[in-house]
Design a protein around this ligand. Structure first.
Ligand code: AMP
Length: 280
């Protein structure tokens, strides 16, 4: 696996792939890798000649009071995992080279960035869209792979690509879960042992929504009520949002009809977790 830290060297590597008519699949990450990330790598490998993973803890997508400085990191563990998954190149740019002095250009997907996580994390999706477009411009991948766990992020990136005529195809991949249903996340490492136990209620809430969907319940309030109920059973958890939305617009639905997305964000102590399930 080639390790590349310089933007110019990454561009050069990608240019050579293009000259040799090799398709490149990109898996962008912030590191501290788990099976969710590695599942994206495996899909990318199966659909492209060469696979690039990037690790960059992108400062522009963190709010001032957020966890940028304590975000978990394990560069050596990540390298071993990616190498054993057969990644061809690992791109590790630093913040200085990505956003040097005087940097001032940002991408904003206006409407899709507003609801849900956009409400509590203003500027977050602007940072995400900007760094993803930069990575696409540097690496020029044929395809890029994103997890459905970050559903709003996936929709924002798909929209940016459509609106700006970017050539990369954006591919959404399934959410990988722990045995008890908790969606894998680098931020799960923040949870204490008791918080980790409580965290399974996010999945239980989504499971309840799926049960109502199977019974053809059409009232979104029934779903939201049942999901909030599952979360409030655990003391000290505060739901940030619990919603039933249209999977394309992310707007609340007034009648539940397939396809519909149950989506939530919950704070457990200092940790903010998100999850969702698409019902169709
Ligand atoms: P992150 O390192 O958290 O920025 O995530 C990098 C990529 O991995 C994003 O596309 C995420 O949606 C994806 N990802 C994170 N957790 C999971 C998971 N549990 N299952 C599938 N993909 C995931």
């Amino acid at each position: 696996m080639k390790i590349i830290t310089s933007i110019n060297e990454m561009k050069e590597w990608s240019r050579k792939c293009a000259l040799n008519i090799k398709s490149v699949g990109l898996v962008p990450t912030m590191g501290y890798l788990h099976e969710g990330h590695l599942s994206l790598v495996r899909i990318a490998r199966s659909e492209n000649d060469l696979t690039v993973a990037s690790i960059f803890v992108n400062p522009t997508q963190f709010g001032e009071k957020e966890d940028l400085n304590v975000y978990p990191r394990d560069p050596e563990g990540d390298r071993v995992k990616l190498e054993s998954c057969g990644v061809d190149a690992l791109f590790l740019p630093d913040a200085e080279s990505m956003y040097g002095a005087g940097y001032e250009t940002f991408v904003e997907v206006q409407q899709l960035s507003l609801p849900l996580c956009g409400q509590s994390r203003p500027g977050h999706f602007r940072g995400v869209a900007t760094v993803v477009l930069k990575l696409f411009n540097i690496i020029e991948p044929a395809r890029a792979y994103f997890g459905s766990k970050d559903y709003q992020q996936l929709q924002v990136i798909k929209k940016m690509v459509r609106d700006l005529n970017v050539r990369t195809e954006v591919i959404g991949c399934p959410t990988i879960r722990e045995a008890d249903g908790l969606a894998m996340s680098s931020r799960n490492s923040y949870l204490s042992r008791s918080e980790r136990k409580q965290a399974v209620c996010l999945y239980e809430a989504l499971w309840k929504a799926q049960q109502l969907f199977i019974t053809n319940e059409t009232d979104p309030n029934e779903y939201v009520g049942a999901m909030k109920d599952a979360i409030s059973r655990e003391p000290g958890l505060s739901p940030e949002y619990v919603r039933l939305v249209d999977p394309d617009t992310l707007k609340d639905v007034s009648v539940v009809q397939a396809p519909v997305l149950a989506i939530l964000a919950v704070r457990i102590g200092q940790t903010r977790l998100i999850d969702n399930v698409l019902m169709s």
